[in-house]
Design a protein around this ligand. Structure first.
Ligand SMILES: CCCCCCCCCCCCC/C=C/C(=O)SCCNC(=O)CCNC(=O)[C@H](O)C(C)(C)COP(=O)(O)OP(=O)(O)OC[C@H]1O[C@@H](n2cnc3c(N)ncnc32)[C@H](O)[C@@H]1OP(=O)(O)O
Length: 712
């Protein structure tokens, strides 16, 4: 769908019409090509403006079509359309409002001039979909901006604001007014002028010295950041083609690379993540509440209780979302320090006031409690908040695992109590688990989900259980990693396998970063270690199942990780980040194995991956079975946006489907047989039932889950 009209006697305005983002679907491509041909053949038309209908210029190719080759191939191809645009003998001006992304920017690059609104943004984000700008973008952009700037945009996929795009030379002019009107006036002024130099396909790439060395380095850099993703490397290759080949040869290279990427599992996984991120907004809860049936009361003021690292980050996230925030910390020295830190992060005051008195929370629409993880302390605060806060105020806890329902029962308003599980650093990390207990009202969930969106978070509604979704699934993953150390692996081996898989950090490096003492405190509270454990209990068994005390022993040695300069690795000083192997740990593990009669065996990376990831996935199926997560897509969103699961692998549940459910089941059966005292390796019944029903595709799993639903 493309609207075609003539304005001011000589300008054809072609408007892309496909709400909400004017994506280039087959119908749009058809309409666009017909319109371009009409403009070419109409003698009255002397110039052309291409714009987006109702605001945004164009959000790119229609991603929904990518999963289906026949959709992709129906209608004219973008490359062909853009060639016709560029070849037109009349000046073509792109009028960019809102955004021009992916194929949208590639269309603008085929135009002879680009006019932008001052608030527009442009970019080639295909890389985050596991692709490259495959409709000429990888060849035209370097010819316009030069290799360095183009490569940066293409490999990172970042959105560039209009002001920067003007400086880069990507936009020719900006306007604060009506972009189409300004573009029409400009198009008329360009009528009859020569166009050859405006056609990027005709231009050579601006020269670059030491071109081979430049691209070698770019490839090394991209490989370092890609974590196993193929698209960034293909982007470098395509831009190299732009720098070294004639345009048409470069286009052939782009096409070849694009065909390989488009049909890859990585692109499929990245696309799945795109829709998973957006799908989380269509939430449901175990109690049957839904996003489309409840209205959220808007939240404009908030109080944050407790200004440790999490509280500070949450204050910043709320203030940046435009809320007026009162930050409460009863310890005066901590309050001063927090005030300075928050101001620094906000680059000024930013709507935050500070208080040492809980009464300051009285007028807030929402209170987020972020004190340390101690149930008794939290219970006391919730009791007080229940009487201090105005009726209707929502009371949230930022616990990462404690029982929301227990906190709700300390208040006179259990329906307004919920968990908001932020991830550190809270003002940076995209994920927010919105945890509802059995008594949390749908309106409370709706308000929290809306707030999450305002903060720019991927908010996922989950049910209440120890660890909620993310940390609950992490537990078996960590446990297997510890067991692997007992059986002969080293932290380096385990971490290398996980990092090669695509995690930014292996489990032991991650544990050093977040602090071993956190898990130690939780295990003490659970009675797994500490004074409550009597000397006659076997060290490696708890409640009839295998237990590894390795983490506890490390903490007893004062090895808390980066903060103490020693953990699973050695650091130059407390707080340093670079992990080095520690000979002490090697002997510690050897002695430990000897003491417990454990024979070290050779463990390969495949076993590391299967034991750790399959145990995590298995728990994911249990989470689905229990109804704590509404869908496998929600679990995957949690892992991709909160736990560093590589996007090009789609998330744990998607990965399980891609590996094959039968293979995951078989792997779990094998490992459970070898380790019968490790119940996390025992395949759960949902996985068995899915395999028995022929391993349906992931979007059909809910049909198998149904009927078995929810204990909550
Ligand atoms: C044998 C094999 C053959 C292989 C052949 C190979 C050759 C093929 C050649 C093809 C060449 C293609 C080259 C071009 C590629 C591309 O353009 S890829 C797409 C690039 N664009 C993007 O990545 C942009 C994605 N979108 C966004 O970033 C955001 O949506 C936005 C545009 C910035 C708007 O944000 P916001 O206002 O916050 O709205 P959202 O909630 O994100 O989105 C609203 C709804 O719109 C849907 N949507 C968004 N973009 C697209 C899109 N490009 N296609 C389809 N749908 C899109 C989004 O899912 C939302 O939908 P709902 O959730 O249903 O509301």
């Amino acid at each position: 769908m493309a609207q075609y009209r003539i304005v001011s006697g000589s300008v054809a305005v072609i408007s892309i019409q496909n709400p909400p983002v004017n994506a280039l679907s087959a119908a749009v491509r058809e309409g666009l090509l017909l319109s371009v041909r009409a403009a070419a053949s109409d003698p009255l038309v002397r110039s052309v403006v291409i714009s987006g209908h109702n605001g945004p210029f164009c959000g790119g190719a229609d991603i929904k079509e990518f999963g289906n080759v026949s959709h992709l191939e129906s209608g004219p191809h973008l490359v062909e359309i853009f060639e016709s645009v560029e070849a037109l003998a009349k000046p073509v001006v792109a009028a960019i409002e809102g955004f021009a992304l992916g194929g949208g920017l590639e269309l603008a690059l085929a135009c002879h001039y680009r006019f932008g609104h001052s608030e527009a943004r442009v970019g080639l984000p295909e890389v985050s979909l596991g692709l490259l700008p495959g409709a000429g973008g990888s060849q035209r952009l370097p010819r316009l901006l030069g290799v360095r700037a183009a490569l940066d945009m293409i490999v990172t996929g970042r959105h560039v604001a209009a002001g920067e795009a003007l400086k880069l030379g990507l936009l020719d002019r900006l306007t604060d007014g009506n972009t189409v009107d300004a573009a029409v006036r400009f198009a008329q002024s360009a009528e009859g002028k020569p166009l050859d130099d405006r056609r990027l396909g005709n231009r050579p790439c601006p020269p670059l010295e030491n071109i081979d060395a430049f691209f070698e380095e770019a490839l090394i850099h991209a490989r370092g950041r890609a974590r196993g993703a193929a698209a960034p490397l293909a982007c470098v290759q395509a831009v190299r083609g732009a720098a070294t080949l004639p345009f048409l040869k470069g286009m052939e290279l782009e096409k070849r690379l694009m065909e390989t990427l488009m049909t890859s599992g990585q692109a499929q996984a990245s696309r799945y993540c795109f829709f998973t991120e957006r799908g989380a907004a269509r939430w449901t809860t175990p109690t049957g509440a839904r996003w489309d049936t409840c209205r959220a009361r808007p939240i404009s003021t908030a109080a944050v209780i407790g200004l440790g690292t999490m509280g500070r980050g949450i204050t910043v996230a709320l203030a940046r979302a435009g809320l007026s925030v009162v930050a409460v910390e009863t310890q005066e020295h901590q309050l001063d320090e927090a005030q300075r830190a928050v101001s620094r992060m906000l680059k000024g005051g930013g709507g935050v006031s500070y208080s040492a008195d809980l009464q300051a929370a009285a007028g807030a629409d929402l209170v987020v409690e972020a004190v340390f993880e101690d149930m008794a302390v939290k219970e006391e605060i919730f009791k007080q908040l229940s009487s201090v806060c105005k009726p209707g105020a929502l009371l949230a806890t930022n616990t990462s695992s404690l029982d929301i329902d227990r906190l709700a029962s300390c208040t006179l308003r259990p329906e307004q109590v919920l968990g908001l599980h932020f991830f550190a650093p809270a003002h940076v990390m995209r994920l927010l688990e919105v945890v509802s207990g059995p008594r949390t009202s749908p309106q409370t969930v709706a308000a929290a989900m809306q707030l999450g969106r305002r903060m720019g978070k991927v908010s996922v509604a989950v049910g209440n259980c120890p660890g909620f979704v993310g940390n609950r699934m992490l537990k078996p993953y960590l446990e297997q990693a510890y067991f692997l150390l007992e059986e002969g692996a080293s932290p380096e081996l385990v971490d290398a396998a996980l990092e090669e898989f695509g995690f930014p950090m292996g489990v032991f490096k991650m544990s050093d970063l977040s602090g071993l003492d956190i898990g130690w405190r939780v295990r003490k509270e659970e009675g797994l270690t500490g004074p409550g454990v009597t000397a006659d209990q076997p060290m490696r068994t708890r409640r009839g199942r295998r237990y590894s005390p390795l983490g506890d022993l490390m903490c007893e040695e004062g090895r808390y990780g980066q903060k103490t300069g020693r953990g699973w690795y050695l650091y130059d000083r407390p707080g340093a980040r670079v992990a080095r192997s520690d000979p002490w740990l090697r002997s510690f593990l050897e002695e430990y194995r000897e003491r417990h009669g454990l024979l070290a065996r050779r463990i390969d990376q495949q076993e590391v991956l299967e034991r750790c990831l399959y145990a995590l996935i298995n728990e994911g199926f249990r989470v689905l079975e229990d109804g704590v997560a509404a869908s496998p897509q929600n679990i995957d969103a949690i892992y991709v946006f909160g736990y560093g699961w590589p996007k090009h692998r789609g998330g744990p549940m998607f990965y399980a489907a891609q590996v094959g459910l039968a293979r995951v089941l078989e792997g779990l059966e094998k490992y459970h047989k070898a380790h019968p005292d490790s119940p996390h390796l025992q395949p759960c019944s949902l996985l068995r039932r899915l395999v028995a029903s022929g391993s349906p595709p992931i979007h059909k799993w809910s049909e198998v889950v149904k009927g078995h639903r929810s204990q909550l």
